[in-house]
Design a protein around this ligand. Structure first.
Ligand code: MGD
Ligand code: MGD
Ligand code: MO
Length: 767
């Protein structure tokens, strides 16, 4: 690999000119090779080709790899490298059946890497843990449901937790949320609690909506896009095509990210034969600033200072006074707090110079319509709430909210994470209207708030949780503090894992443990009423039907909806309003229930299900209707200048950010390459810049431990990580999720939403 930096010039701080970089742009041939590698191990290529050809298109499968939009006019191939990988990973030829589990004890499987566990292939039949042999053994579906039902009935409902990874469709999610409430609890943590919960809770208080205000259309009309902590090239690559188009029509892109993420630097579209063969890649970010983790508040304060200065110089021409006075509250206090900050402190917290921030501000000031994009780099911090508050402030100063071409746009992760929340997965009564539950089902839903992910973990550690059901996901890898969680897990009475593939969370048994294998999204779903469609909601609040196309890997799989219904039927008392079998037979009937429960969002759901581009459920903030307490959009004064909870003041304490590679989907590890960052071979690495490496007396390739530098009474340590030189700002290091999750304390989370601070944990490196 060429040890030189990419020859493209960037105004970013280039602390480390010897960083190994993949000189190839995002997209390009590398992504095609990545797809080919996964295709080689998947089902017969004819089936795969058929499914991929219709991926993200009306009548096809909606990709499970991210929540990006499925446009009404799709490209010839409306999928990316990761979408193809996720699809192929599910269309796996291999099977993890009863024979596999007869061969391997759980003790032996716990030594396997995440990658190797999922590589065993699709799960094929329901399994029950047998403690005497330390193995999973087959169990019939009816017996499994009866067993779980008896266990749940024997519990106080408050002792049960129903987790959902944001993957299952709206129909299964709705029944799951109904099941919990009919049982008498709202302990419905979801993957978003580790992800965009910062958005759900805080955007709601600022602008009255828990979701972003943009739609795809805005990207045709924006003049500038500001990126904060979202890695498009790895995590939502189809967005790159949209960005490319925007840049080519003159839209300017400015990025703030501690890591120089390839996809935001330049991009070759794998859709574009000419560009793939002879064309030059499109440069994406005109300006790329490697700020310090947690530095966004200071950057935004600096940008706001520049806007105020421009307004002072030409009063009445820069701020959108009409918008501010008619639509917002708190402007004066916020301006006062911004003016009170000094450039010296903003530079110290952001790691950028005043000149850099001034340069970025010029882009903002010359753009009429601006979109603010953000991801985990903003949400997974203790003061993530203020990150979002500052981004809204920045946009609102010039009225960049609720008008075409402008807005705030969180990029969601799991393909239906937002939709599951829309249909009732959530710990609060407000997530599923009680009056509707009374009217439709004659049940009295619980009033007491339930448990979100962090609360559920705390309760589990205290022994207050006795049963966990997981509708997808891999909690014992994805959570913070996973070693403490794993140690507590065997004290559970019941653990039920509804899954497609084997993962670590299946290997830590409770007294009663089951794996219930389900159909994946690519699988054809045939029920008594014929072939079924499921649906999901994207990051722009559009809702689509998804139709599986592959033969299921085994005859004994059930759909997620059928499994939820089976469990509910075996647990809940008879109720003539609960037609679990009828709902299973025809998912249209579940969509009718969703429409009846959430009429504003889902009127005529069945009729609109297959609309190309999805149907839009609307967003009041986009119409400048503010469902906040005050009825206005809220400015938020910067009461602190870093999003980090602990700002390291000892020289040996560094801020750890945990990253994803393009060769993983969360805890699913496809392989050991991080092509876009020019890294491969191992995930047990700690990335650090050469200056810091020298300062700490470390050398490249050295093996070290990492130890968390807060709550010293509980040691959190990982061992045997390889020191690797990488272009990062001073004072921070990076490594991979989930390998580094033992280091993140459960207590270290965003203030209002409890989203774990996975991007800002203080650690020490111990040789
Ligand atoms: N291939 C692939 N696609 C995925 C996923 C996957 O694992 N693999 N996961 C899916 C899911 S569930 C989600 S939520 C999304 C996640 O997608 P993203 O929101 O992009 O999340 P991350 O990759 O965790 O981190 C985003 C970026 O934040 C930067 N960052 C870290 N700290 C800071 C900071 O303090 N400030 C700023 N400005 N930037 C910072 C990191 O360098 C990184 O580039 O992707 C989804 N798509
Ligand atoms: N350190 C650190 N930790 C993090 C993050 C981070 O950035 N840093 N990110 C956080 C984020 S953003 C998220 S969203 C969470 C993710 O946390 P989770 O959603 O809990 O984890 P996943 O890795 O997405 O779950 C993978 C498993 O889902 C199952 N699965 C796959 N497809 C299906 C299906 O169709 N149906 C069912 N029932 N099961 C299926 C498979 O068994 C697979 O092993 O992790 C969080 N954890
Ligand atoms: Mo996520």
């Amino acid at each position: 690999m060429d040890p030189k930096l990419s020859d493209i010039e960037h105004p970013a701080t280039q602390q480390d000119p010897t960083t190994p970089y993949d000189r190839h742009p995002a997209g390009g041939w590398g992504s095609v090779e990545g797809i080919a590698r996964v295709v080689a191990t998947s089902q017969t290529s004819a089936v795969a080709a058929r499914i991929l050809a219709k991926l993200n298109k009306p009548g096809g499968v909606m990709c499970s790899s991210c929540a990006w939009a499925k446009p009404a006019g799709p490209a010839r191939f409306e999928f990316c490298e990761n979408g193809a990988k996720a699809t192929m990973w599910e269309l796996d030829r291999k099977r993890a059946g009863a024979d596999f589990f007869a061969e391997h004890s759980l003790t032996s499987l716990r030594a396997w890497h995440d990658h190797d566990l999922e590589r065993t292939g699709r799960l094929t039949e329901p399994l029950r843990y047998d403690a005497a042999t330390d193995r999973y053994v087959p169990i019939g579906w009816e017996e499994a449901f009866a067993l779980v039902g008896a266990e749940l009935r024997a519990m106080d409902p408050q002792e049960a937790v129903f987790y959902a990874s944001g993957h299952a469709g709206l129909e299964a999610a709705y029944l799951y949320a109904l099941f919990a409430r009919a049982m008498g609890h709202q302990n419905l943590p979801q993957s978003s609690n580790m992800c965009h919960e910062t958005t759900s809770v805080n955007l709601k208080t600022y602008i009255g909506t828990p979701v972003g205000t943009c739609t795809l259309e805005d990207f045709d009309h924006c003049d500038a896009i500001f990126f904060f902590g979202q890695n498009t090239g790895s995590n939502s690559p189809r967005f790159l095509n949209i960005l490319k188009k925007a840049v080519q029509r003159g839209c300017r892109v400015v990025t703030f990210n501690p890591v120089r993420e390839r996809g935001l630097i330049e991009f070759k579209s794998p859709q574009n034969v000419k560009q793939m063969t002879i064309g030059a890649p499109t440069q994406i970010s005109e300006k790329y600033y490697q700020l310090r983790p947690g530095g966004d508040i200071s950057v935004l304060a600096g940008l706001m200072k520049c806007v105020l200065e421009a307004e002072d110089a030409a009063p009445g021409t820069v701020l959108d006074h009409a918008f501010i006075s008619e639509h917002t509250e708190g402007f004066e206090q916020t301006v006062e707090a911004v003016r009170a900050t000094t450039w010296a402190e903003l530079e110290a917290h952001s790691g950028l110079t005043e000149a850099m921030i001034r340069e970025a501000a010029q882009v903002y000031l010359t753009a009429k319509n601006v979109i603010g994009i953000y991801g985990m780099g903003m949400t997974q911090h203790v003061n993530g709430w203020l990150n979002l508050g500052m981004l809204c402030n920045f946009l609102m100063m010039r009225g960049n909210l609720g008008r075409l071409g402008a807005g705030v746009s969180p990029v969601r992760g799991h393909s239906n994470v937002q939709g599951q929340r829309t249909v009732g997965i959530g710990e609060k009564s407000a997530h599923m209207p009680a009056d509707k539950l009374r009217a439709l089902f004659g049940i009295e839903p619980p009033e007491q708030d339930g448990l979100n992910a962090v609360h559920a973990c705390e309760a589990l550690l205290e022994g207050k949780v006795r049963g966990v059901i997981s509708l997808g996901g891999n909690l014992l890898r994805a959570l913070p503090d996973i070693e403490r969680m794993e140690a507590a897990w065997p004290r559970l009475r019941l653990s039920v894992q509804i899954a497609t593939k084997l993962n670590r969370s299946h290997l830590v048994p409770a007294e009663v443990s089951l794996i219930l294998p389900c159909l994946g999204r690519t699988d054809r779903d045939i029920q008594a009423g014929g072939e079924q469609v499921i649906s999901m909601e994207d990051t722009f609040s559009h809702i689509y039907g998804s139709v599986g196309g592959a033969e299921p890997p085994s005859d004994s799989l059930r759909s997620e909806l059928a499994i939820v219904a089976g469990l509910a039927k075996a647990t809940l008392p008879q109720n003539p309003n609960f037609d679990w079998d009828g709902w299973c037979a025809n998912y249209d009937r579940v969509r009718d229930l969703i429409a009846a429960t959430f009429p504003k969002d889902f009127a005529d759901f069945n009729a609109r299900l297959m609309e190309p581009g999805g149907f839009y459920r609307g967003n009041p903030a986009r119409e400048r209707i503010w469902n906040t307490q005050s009825g206005k959009a809220q400015f938020t004064p910067p009461t602190m200048l870093s999003a980090l909870g602990v700002i390291p003041d000892q020289p040996d304490v560094l801020t750890l950010i945990t990253l994803r590679s393009n060769d993983q989907f969360n805890t699913t590890i496809y392989g050991y390459s991080d092509r876009l960052r020019g890294l491969k071979g191992s995930r047990e690495v700690v990335l650090i810049n050469r200056t810091q490496m020298a300062r700490l007396g470390l050398s490249e390739g050295q093996k070290i431990d990492l130890v968390t530098a807060i709550e010293p009474e509980t040691e959190r340590r990982v061992s045997g990580f390889t020191v690797t030189a990488y272009d990062l700002p001073d004072g921070c290091i990076a490594g991979y999720y989930p390998e580094l999750n033992p280091l993140v304390p459960l207590s270290y989370h965003e203030k209002h939403s409890k989203t774990p601070a996975y991007k800002g944990t203080p650690v020490r490196l111990v040789p």
